[in-house]
Design a protein around this ligand. Structure first.
Ligand SMILES: *Cc1c(COP(=O)(O)O)cnc(C)c1O
Length: 379
């Protein structure tokens, strides 16, 4: 049995939905985008929102709209998809890396205290794997240091921290509709905010420095960060399946948890109580403290299962050497937990159309790996 890491949850119903854009002969941002925008805002619970071509550029727009640029510093988790930090680099600011907690591998605000300088302008909590960062601690931290909060909620559409929707808690929140996110438009992104100021700046930036189309007078400098109505049609159709996607992914998470509960060598990471809406992005597990996850992952690959590692810590990224070298703030064991996470973590295959048989096969394979290891250890 072959088990891929991920499959997008698209079908011919989504395909049919695209037809409407062709029937009304409107393919650039128009009626479908307007409706999709309303529905996403309703999911995030913000007054304002704009599309972006993808999640990376949504982060870029958010940072730009917050006037962050050269000479500024932005705190990002050391453990996240690299786009979180690349967007900071893209506006000309410096990403400053903070460690994560050991419980569910989200940004640990306690490790941020020593990172703040007069250059610090913002913090980007990234909500990962369907969990959420401790937004109480992050909001308190940001108020105390008078910095902005830009949420990277690319993986967290519909996820809640204590009843509040991720991406709608900080000053601005960014989403991605890439193929493996909770819903997809192929590529796509969204910038959500309750701030009319930030929203207005995003609108100028994303549409050639003007608020409306059809004029060649441009009050501001701006660019083209628009999406298309074809993508919005797909997005609307995907939103219709949102509850099914959440139910399926939750069922898969629970089945993995149940089937692996007696395997003492692994732990399926669970949402803490404060996460009032948990929407598994992937099912993630860690292996026991004596081994790295490499062995079990190789064994899975030999059995046609496609696992993924956890994120490679940003401070180790070859491309970020210049940010880490001679940086006093990173001396000592500053990244202990993100190093641990990378060594021990496995993203298990999980996607809305994954069958129960596939989950059982993955669990049997993991069990047989550890059973074999025990036998070899005993001879
Ligand atoms: C996917 C993702 C992004 C980037 O989104 P793209 O649409 O791929 O550009 C940023 N941050 C996180 C945490 C992501 O998972």
């Amino acid at each position: 049995m072959k088990v891929p890491q991920f499959m997008p949850f698209v079908d011919l119903k989504d395909y049919d939905a695209l037809k409407e854009s062709f029937e009304i002969n409107w393919i650039t941002e128009g009626p479908k985008s307007k409706k999709f925008n309303e529905e996403i805002r309703a999911k995030v619970n913000t007054y304002h929102g704009s599309f972006a071509p993808n999640g990376t550029l949504a982060l870029y727009l958010a940072l730009k709209a917050c006037d962050i640029g050269e000479g500024d510093e932005v705190i990002v988790p050391n453990f996240t998809f690299i786009a979180t930090a690349n967007a900071v680099e893209m506006v000309g600011a410096t990403p400053v890396f903070a460690d994560i907690n050991m419980y569910d591998f989200q940004l640990d605000v306690d490790t941020c205290e020593g990172l703040v300088t007069e250059k610090t302008k913002a913090i980007i909590p990234a909500h990962l794997y369907g969990f959420a960062c401790d937004m109480d601690a992050i909001m308190e931290f940001s108020e105390r240091h008078d910095i902005l909060v830009i949420e990277d909620a690319a993986q967290a559409l519909g996820v809640e921290w204590k009843g509040k929707r991720c991406g709608g808690i900080g000053d601005v929140g960014c989403f991605s509709f890439f193929a493996d996110k909770t819903i997809t438009t192929g590529e796509g992104g969204f910038v959500a905010t309750n701030s009319p100021d930030i929203h207005e700046k995003v609108k100028y930036l994303r549409n050639q420095g003007r608020l409306d189309r059809g004029t060649f007078v441009h009050p501001e400098i701006g660019y083209n960060f628009r999406m298309t109505d074809i993508q919005a049609s797909l997005g609307l159709s995907q939103l219709k399946k949102f509850n099914t996607i959440v139910e399926n992914k939750t069922r898969i998470h629970n089945l993995y948890t149940e089937l692996l509960k007696d395997v003492t060598e692994v732990t399926v990471v669970q949402p803490r109580d404060e996460i009032t809406s948990f929407i598994p992005f992937r099912v993630v597990l860690t292996v026991d403290s004596e081994n790295t996850s490499e062995g079990v992952m190789n064994y899975m690959k030999e059995h046609e299962i496609e696992p993924r590692t956890f994120f490679y810590p940003l401070h180790k990224q070859p491309c970020f050497k210049k940010y880490v070298k001679d940086e006093k703030r990173y001396e000592g064991d500053a990244f202990r937990n993100s190093n641990y996470a990378y060594d021990k973590g496995v993203c298990l295959p999980s996607f809305a159309s994954m069958t129960e048989e596939q989950v059982r096969y993955v669990c049997e394979t993991i069990k047989s790996y550890y059973a074999k290891k025990k036998v070899t250890a005993n001879v």
